[in-house]
Structure formats: structure tokens, C-alpha cells
Design a protein around this ligand. Structure first.
Ligand SMILES: [Zn+2]
Length: 115
């Protein structure tokens, strides 16, 4: 049986030799084993790329989610600062209760690094 015509690098990475597996398919006049069948390699690469893209899409999505949470926190703290400064319409209603005002200031302090 004819051997696969692909060349492979051995485990040392220094030597190239012809694949020792028997060929199973013919592509453009060359014989290949199942593993070195160009169609198989293309499919493998596509599969690998799709995995990568899925992984990156997931990473981007989680990044966007993190950004959204971060932004929401910034917005919330900004609102609290606004309330604390009593320029928010609800500020005057909430702030007379000093316990609430204190915890509000603690939250703002923690979020802004104690400015
Ligand atoms: Zn081969």
C-alpha cells in the first residue's frame, strides 16, 4: 500500500521524514493518511478557530458585562454623592435621618477611596 505523502517533523523537532502511515485518500494526485488528509486538516483548523472565536466572544461578553457593572457602580456612587450634597430632589427627604446619611457617606467614602 502506498504511504502517506505528508512530511512530518519528529519529536526532537529537528528531523523531517515522510509520514509512515498508509495512505487512505487521494487529493490532487497525492496520497494521504486520514490524519494528513488536507480536507481533514482544513476541518481541524476550522474547528480550532471556531473554538477560539467562541472563547473570545465569551471573554468579550464577560468584559462588557464587567464594564456595565463598573459603570453602574460609578453611576450609583455619583447619585449618592448627588444625594449627599442635597442637590438631588430626593436628597432633602432622605438626609434628615442621620443614620442613613452616615451610611451614605461611608459608602461614598469607600467607593471614592476616602476623598
Ligand atoms: Zn500521514
Amino acid at each position: 500500500m502506498e504511504r502517506c505523502s505528508a512530511f512530518v517533523t519528529d519529536s526532537s523537532g529537528w528531523h523531517r521524514h515522510q509520514c509512515r502511515r498508509p495512505s487512505k485518500v487521494e487529493r490532487k494526485g497525492k496520497r494521504f493518511c486520514t490524519q494528513h488528509d488536507p480536507k481533514h486538516i482544513v476541518a481541524k483548523n476550522k474547528e480550532r478557530q471556531e473554538k477560539w472565536e467562541a472563547k473570545w466572544a465569551a471573554r468579550r461578553a464577560s468584559q462588557a458585562m464587567g464594564d456595565a457593572i463598573q459603570q453602574a457602580r460609578c453611576d450609583a456612587v455619583e447619585k449618592l454623592i448627588e444625594i449627599e450634597h442635597c442637590c438631588h430632589p430626593d436628597g432633602l427627604l432622605i438626609l434628615p435621618d442621620s443614620m442613613l446619611a452616615d451610611s451614605l457617606r461611608r459608602i461614598i467614602g469607600a467607593a471614592t477611596g476616602g476623598e
